[in-house]
Every structure is written in C-alpha cells, then in structure tokens.
Design a binder for this molecule. Structure first.
Ligand code: HEC
Length: 214
C-alpha cells in the first residue's frame, strides 16, 4: 500500500477515534479543556501527519520518529482534557514521570499487594534493596524518611515532591543516582509495571516511615 494512503487512513482513524471519544465523553465527566483549543491543536497534529510523505522520501528514520511522537502527543492531548482510559490501571506505566503523576490520581494503591510485588521473584526489588543494610542499593527501611529528609534536600532534586522522586526512582533510575551507589537498577520497570502495580509499590514504599539506617 502506498505510504500516502496509509497516512490518509491513519489520519482518518485518528479523526474518527477523536470524534467517537468526544461523543462518548459527553455523557460522563465534562471536558476540562477548551474544545476550540483542542480542535486547534488536533489540527496542528494532523498537519504534522500531512508532512509525513515528503519526510518519508527524504529521511525515513526521522519521518517514523515523528509519526511515533505524534501518537504520543495525541494521547497527551486526551489526558490533558481529563480523559482517562477505563482500563488505565491495567496498562503499563511507561517512563514519563509527569504523565504517571497525573494518572496516579485515577487509582488507589494497596500496600499489602505492594509488599508482595516488592518481594516477588519477578520484580526482585528485595534482591538489591534489603531491609536494613544499604550495600548494593539503599535500604528498604526508612525509604520515605530518607526521601523526605535526605534526597529532597539535595539541590539536584529542587522542587520535587516525594511521590515524584519515588516514581522517577522506579521508572527512570538513571536520572538521579542516590549518592554512594551505582547505576545498576534495571531501567525497564516502566514496561513491566502496570499503573496499579506502581500505585501499590508506592503506597508500600511510602509506609516505610521509620528511621533510615543510612
Ligand atoms: C539490580 C538491583 C536493583 C533492583 C532489582 C532494584 N533496585 Fe531500586 N535501586 C538500586 C540502586 C543501586 C539504587 C540507588 C542508585 C539509584 O539511585 O539509581 C536504587 C534506588 C531505588 C530507589 C530510591 C531509594 C532512595 O533511597 O533514594 C527506589 C525508591 C527504588 N530503587 C525502588 C525499587 C523498586 C520498587 C524495585 C523493584 C520494582 C527496585 N528498586 C529494584 C538497585 C536496584
């Protein structure tokens, strides 16, 4: 199928999906964004798609990258408008901290399940983060206290909230390396944790409010 037709189909699908969503949404929560602004930005994104065929000829790699980003931008647009997919809790969280912080409001965490996940062999958080001694990784004990009193006092984390710090530590561990440790924590938890898993882990970590052993 020629690229132009694929793009037309893609754009059409996006418009139909958008229209269907606006209709579906009207019964539920009102839109929290301005519909005129939404349409203006949607048109801008659609224009980006129109430039795809030309870009694809000149620089296919860049064209695909742009396509990829337009998809994310459409999602962002919907989220900004207050749209939360009904199955959001079961979707993988990804690594965009700002987006995750918005979505976390839609679920409530279960600390007991958080503890189970933490100690599960699949995630194996406990394999590095032992309760007391912080050798390979910071201790589990006092995680909340340490985040509040030590980490957030670091100018590198100026303006962070505790939840933001914990989320970033889990989905983008290489962004801020806790002093005295190495960057060895797996950086793919965003692809392995659903929003619900992450909410459960967070509430479990936030219950670690005793003294920090380190
Ligand atoms: C392979 C070892 C390893 C595994 C597995 C691991 N971590 Fe880590 N984690 C680290 C290390 C090392 C650091 C400190 C360096 C850094 O900041 O990335 C860290 C930092 C953290 C921090 C910040 C702690 C602080 O004191 O500031 C949190 C929160 C955290 N990890 C949560 C988790 C969770 C939740 C899991 C499981 C889903 C997990 N980690 C799995 C090694 C690991």
């Amino acid at each position: 199928m020629p690229v132009k037709i694929i793009i037309r189909l893609f754009a059409l699908a996006a418009v139909l999906a958008g229209a269907g969503w606006l209709l579906a949404q009207s019964d539920d929560a009102p839109l929290i964004c301005d519909p005129a602004d939404l349409l203006r930005r949607q048109t801008e994104l659609a224009n980006t798609l129109d430039t795809f065929p030309k870009m694809a000829e000149n620089d296919p790699q860049a064209a695909l990258e742009q396509l990829f980003q337009v998809g994310a931008a459409y999602q962002e647009l919907a989220l900004e408008c207050g749209y939360i997919p009904p199955d959001i809790a079961a979707r993988f969280v990804g690594a965009d901290v700002a987006r995750i912080l918005t979505l976390l409001d839609a679920v409530s965490g279960d600390p007991l399940n958080g503890q189970l996940l933490y100690n599960s062999d699949t995630l194996a958080c406990y394999g590095c983060h032992v309760a007391q001694a912080g050798e390979a990784a910071p201790a589990l004990d006092g995680t909340l206290t340490r985040a509040e009193e030590t980490r957030l006092a670091d100018p590198a984390l100026d303006g962070y909230t505790v939840t933001q710090y914990l989320v970033e530590s889990i989905v983008q561990p290489g962004h801020y390396i806790a002093p005295g440790y190495n960057n060895v924590m797996p950086n793919n938890f965003g692809d392995r944790l659903t929003l619900q898993d992450l909410a459960d882990l967070l509430i479990f970590l936030e219950s670690q409010d005793g003294p920090s052993p380190e």
